[in-house]
Ligand binder design. Structure first.
Ligand code: AMP
Length: 284
């Protein structure tokens, strides 16, 4: 049985002891309901450290009103088995009241790059993410923290956070793990009805279409955005929240593309009450 720690103080003490014994620590922050995407990050962490900590915490402060916090899938028993199988050593799974006790008053805010894309649609989301990630790093004291490319904006924001706050941790990125038809794995995919699940493969096909348009010389980003938006609307029942082409670091929308630009093509699409995101980082 894998070791599960629930108390932040105990986690911190354990991490301290391990560090003092010379162990390199890697942490993989998750919200549980683990799938192959998470497991790939745990395996990356395993290759970089002596002690691999997986955090499992459905963080209420990153969910907005009306979002899926209460129905978000949870299952610590099966998650524990998956973690152990992928090579994790410890699970840190705190209660909400331990992370945000009465009187809690402190939030971390990264400015500018958090009010576009996901942040524009989900106000307050990144304030919750950056706050909980700061706490998780302070509690687990890792040398390395592993995040997935799946949440591309989150990655840019967290890299900015650790640079700006001089947090002594190396951020490692794992590529997006996909289902056979290209749908990016996500804990939220279980919400999809069978017909929606089949249609959801359109997200990756749209990203690939965008990629080939750019590879074939398209340099007007609104042409790409419009083509993908109408492709998704015409070929599925999905509602497009956004299709976006931004600078990979500043996350500013690109009007035109120039050879050598590092850009992020990303999209968010709703199928009924389920919101899916996907992205492709590109070099023009
Ligand atoms: P979550 O549990 O959804 O908060 O995700 C925890 C971590 O797993 C984040 O760093 C995500 O980017 C990453 N992740 C989620 N899905 C995937 C995927 N399909 N491939 C790679 N990483 C993923």
């Amino acid at each position: 049985m894998i070791k599960v720690i629930k108390d932040p103080g105990q986690m911190q003490a354990f991490a301290d002891t391990q560090r003092r014994a010379g162990k390199r620590i890697a942490v993989v922050p998750t919200m549980g309901a683990l799938h192959e995407g998470h497991l790939s990050l745990i395996r990356i962490a395993r290759g970089q450290a002596d002690l691999v900590i997986v955090t499992i915490f459905v963080n209420p402060t990153q969910f907005g009103p009306g979002e899926d916090f209460s129905r978000y899938p949870r299952g610590l028993d099966s998650d524990s088995e998956l973690c152990a199988g992928a090579g994790a050593d410890v699970i840190f799974a705190p209660e909400i009241s331990a992370m945000y006790p009465d009187g809690y008053r402190t939030f971390v805010n990264v400015e500018g790059i958090t009010d576009v894309l996901e942040g524009a649609v989900r106000p307050g989301h990144f304030r919750g993410v950056t706050t909980v990630v700061t706490k998780l790093l302070a509690i687990t004291k890792p040398d390395v923290a592993v995040f997935g490319q799946k949440d591309a904006q989150q990655l840019v924001v967290i890299k900015r956070l650790v640079r700006d706050l001089n947090v002594d941790v190396r951020i490692v990125v794992g590529p997006i793990v996909r289902e056979e038809d290209g749908l990016a794995m996500s804990s939220r995919n279980v919400y999809l009805a069978p017909a929606q699940r089949a249609e959801a493969a359109i997200l990756f096909r749209a990203l690939q279409t965008g990629h080939s348009m750019i590879r074939n010389g398209e340099r007007n980003s609104s042409t790409v955005r419009q083509a993908l938006t109408s492709m998704i609307s015409m070929q599925s029942s999905g509602t497009v929240d956004y299709v976006s082409l931004v600078d990979g670091e500043t996350l500013k929308e690109k009007e035109s593309l120039a050879d050598g630009d590092e850009v992020l093509l990303s999209l968010a699409v709703r199928f009924g009450g389920t919101r899916l995101i996907d992205n492709l980082p590109l070099r023009v």
